[in-house]
Design a protein around this ligand. Structure first.
Ligand code: ZN
Length: 435
């Protein structure tokens, strides 16, 4: 539903009432006039690697496909320290926030030189955003037939015991949570079958969700057929990785019957259109997923394969890419609308992350709101349909946002973050890493 002349009443971080016309009489501590703005639910990012903000536009990784891109970047990432992880987390979250994101999931899967999930939560300190972080992992090094160099993989016992520690230390299962932990082995070509199985068992014991990269490229499909005798989705089924507690990043190269089984099991997808174009991975069958009832959210993916972390930009890319009409299930006259893209970026992303408290502006939901000022240059000439304009007109940044009623962005500026100082520190760390 779309309301004009609307009001939203918020109490203690939660939406109490939504309506049109004059708000009901009564005492309020504060009112914010958003006339001339379009107000939407905060956007939800379902796949990212925040540390990759340190390695954007790296020569040698600008024009390659996934496997070559990874083998160029792994040795650089192997030099990261806790400082790199902390500062990159903050920079990536800042960029997401300014582009309308209020809930972010990060898939961190390599932990060199003593870095830990604690460094990511430290990097996010003071930001009111809802932050889900994975205790991700890689265990299958090159000497054992995997893709990553041995220097960035960990022992499986260490991965599992630190996963348990991360959940005990940081995971909040309650409605309205701002910190959650996800277990997320990196991909079929960087962890063993045993780790996939043991991670799924542990996640179900601890009641947390599961995430991995899947069916991203033909290289991966070839790897799975050769090593396991199964296609990627079949392989995941064989290790217990389907269900309402599981979502895959990408899911580009998936067969018709596999889509039906994903829908039947409740398995979700993080669609990453820019990354899929950037690495020439392919076009995910998004319309087919949506028709089949698969949960679909959007992900900007790691900044080394985008190379931006713009959530509203990704929403536009999703709409545009899915109009190319070459994906299975997309016929003529079935182009993805701006509103369908917004739905994936909000309520779709919330469903993928397993949340029933965000993604919608309605009583009982968290007051996670974003607002665009329609007087801006980008919107000139579009005021007859402001909702579609937010996606079509490429506004890049929000003017205001709130998470649980707490201001995150105000008048286009991130609250309580010294951005020039943060960017300068990030650039110093990035150059140190790459040089
Ligand atoms: Zn990724």
């Amino acid at each position: 539903d779309e309301l004009s002349d609307a009001y939203v009443l918020v109490k203690d971080g939660w939406i109490e009432e939504v309506g049109s016309g004059e708000p009901p009489d009564g005492d309020v501590d504060e009112s914010v006039d958003m006339s001339g703005h379009v107000v939407l639910p905060g956007l939800v990012n379902t796949h990212h690697h925040l540390y990759q903000t340190l390695t954007r536009a790296v020569p040698g990784a600008q024009d390659s496909g996934l496997f070559d891109w990874l083998t160029t970047l792994y040795p650089i990432w192997a030099r990261m320290t806790p400082d790199h992880v902390r500062v990159a987390t903050r920079v990536g979250l800042a960029e997401l926030a300014l582009s309308g994101c209020t809930t972010a999931f990060d898939h961190q899967y390599l932990w060199p030189n003593g870095s830990r999930i604690d460094d990511q939560f430290e990097g996010a300190a003071g930001l009111p955003m809802r932050f889900h972080v994975s205790r991700g992992s890689m265990s299958l090094g090159r000497s054992d037939g995997g893709l990553p160099p041995d220097s960035v993989v960990e022992s499986e016992d260490a991965i599992l015991s630190d996963s348990e520690r991360a959940v005990a230390s940081f995971h909040d299962p309650d409605r309205g949570a701002t910190r959650r932990v996800v277990l997320a082995p990196c991909s079929p070509f960087s962890v063993t079958t045993e780790l996939m199985t043991r991670t799924a068992d542990l996640a179900r014991d601890l009641d947390v969700t599961l995430h991995t990269h899947l069916a991203e490229t033909w290289d991966e499909e070839e790897f799975c057929l050769e090593k396991f005798g199964k296609r990627p989705v079949e392989y995941m089924e064989s290790v217990g990785w389907m269900g309402e507690d599981v979502w895959y990043a990408h899911a580009v190269h998936v067969a018709e019957d596999e889509i039906d089984r994903m829908a039947a099991s409740g398995t979700g997808v993080a669609h990453c259109p820019t990354s899929n174009m950037r690495l020439a991975s392919g076009l995910a069958p998004v319309s087919r997923y949506r028709d089949a009832g698969v949960r679909v959210g959007l992900g900007v993916d790691g900044s080394a394969s985008n190379d931006s972390s713009s959530m509203i930009g990704e929403t536009r890319q999703a709409m545009l890419l899915n109009r190319l009409g070459v994906a299975p299930g997309v016929g003529e006259g079935e182009q993805m609308s701006a509103r369908a893209a917004l739905e994936m970026a909000t309520v779709g992303g919330a469903a993928v992350l397993g949340r029933d408290d965000i993604g919608v502006i309605a009583p009982g939901f968290a007051a996670d709101l974003i607002a665009f000022d329609l007087e801006r240059l980008e919107f000139a000439g579009s005021l007859h349909d402001p909702v579609a304009a937010v996606v079509l007109c490429d506004p890049v940044r929000v003017d205001h946002s709130w998470v649980g009623g707490v201001p995150l962005v105000q008048s286009g500026v991130l609250v309580d973050v010294d951005l020039p100082q943060l960017v300068s520190e990030h650039n110093r760390l990035s150059l140190e890493l790459i040089n």
